[in-house]
Design a protein around this ligand. Structure first.
Ligand SMILES: Cc1cc2nc3c(=O)[nH]c(=O)nc-3n(C[C@H](O)[C@H](O)[C@H](O)COP(=O)(O)O)c2cc1C
Length: 198
């Protein structure tokens, strides 16, 4: 029985949009391998931006009482984290960035308190990034990838790769792409397989 817990994070404010469809296929691929999956939809949650109040600095616990409290636990428990966000002005969406910035409390756990962020530190944890952008600009995904890699590092999660598609703008455009949804399903299968090699 596959023991992996795969956490999917939907970062687009557009429900049923392109990154939602990709993430759904990644999660379907993971559950086809027997992994336990859970998807959280950031736009439906209450997540304030980080205030840099340093309220977490001695305890590693954020003082803002909103949905990030339980998301911190999910992030610390997951064996695989799949973050899906479209490109908004060359970065991740505001919903995604608010969630990432609120992980400053986990940064404190790792770098100030020098404690493990993972609740099961003996298990290898990996993370994957899924994105689309409407244009085909060079370097379209690089700023988002830099943010996501820095976030995964803070979470003690090794970066397993990305699945990104430029030129995807209208809702449903990803469904017309030749291979994207199949690629996403295969990614989920690989992520949930024991020996992940990207
Ligand atoms: C506020 C906003 C900013 C955007 N900025 C960019 C951008 O900088 N580069 C780009 O290629 N596409 C940009 N887009 C287009 C989206 O990335 C594109 O529509 C994408 O398919 C949305 O994905 P979703 O359906 O998962 O929400 C932007 C869209 C919005 C609404």
């Amino acid at each position: 029985m596959n023991q992996f817990k795969v956490l999917g994070i939907a970062g687009s404010p557009r429900r049923d949009g392109n990154t939602d469809h990709l993430l759904e296929q990644v999660m379907n691929g993971a559950s086809s391998q027997g992994a336990r999956t859970k998807t959280i939809i950031l736009s439906e949650l209450n997540i304030s931006p980080c205030r840099h109040c340093d309220g977490c600095i001695q305890t590693g616990k954020c003082v803002i009482d909103d949905d990030m409290q339980w998301i911190h636990t999910e992030l610390r428990e997951a064996d695989r984290v799949v973050l899906a966000s479209p490109v908004f002005f060359m970065g991740v969406t505001a919903q995604t960035k608010a969630m990432i910035d609120r992980c400053q409390a986990l940064w404190v756990i790792k770098y100030v308190l020098k404690l493990p962020v993972a609740l099961n530190p003996e298990k290898e944890r990996t993370g994957f990034f899924v994105s689309v952008g409407g244009t085909r600009l060079r370097h379209l995904f690089e700023p988002s990838m830099a943010t996501v890699k820095s976030w995964f590092t803070t979470l003690d999660i090794s970066y397993a790769g990305e699945l990104v598609f430029p030129g995807i703008d209208e809702r449903g455009a990803i469904d017309l792409h030749q291979s994207a949804l199949n690629d996403a399903f295969a990614t989920g299968q690989k992520l949930a397989a024991k020996d992940i090699s990207h």
